[in-house]
Design a protein around this ligand. Structure first.
Ligand SMILES: [Zn+2]
Length: 263
């Protein structure tokens, strides 16, 4: 029997233990991978995983309340937002706001905007190339051009301005949703190659003008790679996290107890 992400969200919303057990086993490894990426190069924050779990488990957490039962990639893109919200974002030396980025990068194509935006998400050219199916050298060239365009719009500039302002720009983009913004399914169809040429053109017309959607599209592309090679925790590995969340262990079926030589 397969227990899906859809069922997990339903059970966690109702605060049922099987949902939380599945969440711990399947998604603690995802949270760890996100933390390894977004904390790279900063002094490690040892309590961060526990804080993320407590925030997810909190009765007023929006992660399960605000979501309709959803496919896994949609869910993980939202979980990523929870993880980043718990990370303290250092204030950059020079600020750069989303409006300035939008105005500066307006001449770029959608794909070029994504290549530039993934720099705010701390993805170097090689990884960005994998996410966008683009040659890393093309990513580098696009980023150099994006940096030049931004240079023309700000008084004080450095090549790492986009990356340094990444956390703040990500929050601004997430908050900038409008009525025309696309549902995750439209992006997932595009990532899976299910979009027609015409559908793609329509989607691009909105997305290329909307940094909320550029960010959302990039986050869904990120999730595809994030989930690759993820192994769920064993019962033993999951136990401390389960205890932390106050979730009882699963009752083992009778035949397994018998096999294990128990009562
Ligand atoms: Zn939009």
């Amino acid at each position: 029997m397969i227990y899906t992400c859809y069922e997990m969200i339903r059970d966690c919303r109702a605060d049922r233990a099987p949902g939380w057990r599945h969440f711990v086993a399947a998604y603690v490894p995802v949270i760890r991978k996100l933390l390894a990426h977004y904390q790279a190069g900063t002094p490690g924050d040892s309590g961060i995983l526990e804080r993320v779990l407590a925030a997810v488990r909190h009765p007023e957490s929006s992660l399960f309340q605000s979501l309709e039962p959803a496919p896994e990639r949609w869910f993980v893109a939202e979980l990523r937002q929870k993880v980043l919200a718990e990370l303290a974002a250092p204030a950059p030396a020079i600020g750069l706001d989303l409006e300035t980025v939008a105005a500066a990068l307006e001449p770029l194509t959608l794909l070029e905007k994504q290549a530039a935006w993934l720099e705010t998400m701390s993805y170097p050219a090689a990884q960005t190339g994998v996410l966008l199916r683009m040659a890393p050298a093309t990513v580098e060239n696009t980023r150099a051009r994006a940096a030049d365009l931004i240079r023309g719009k700000v008084d004080s500039w450095s090549r790492s301005l986009l990356a340094e302002n990444g956390p703040a720009l990500g929050r601004a983009a997430a908050a900038a949703a409008g009525g025309e913004c696309l549902a995750p399914k439209a992006f997932l169809d595009m990532l899976d190659g299910r979009t027609t040429w015409r559908g793609r053109e329509e989607l691009e017309q909105h997305v290329t003008r909307c940094w909320h959607c550029v960010d959302h599209f990039c986050r869904l592309a990120e999730v595809v790679e994030l989930l690759r090679g993820i192994q769920p925790l064993s019962d033993l590995e999951a136990e401390p996290f389960r205890k932390l969340l106050g979730v009882p262990p699963a009752k083992r079926p009778g035949w397994k107890r018998w096999l294990a030589g128990g009562a």
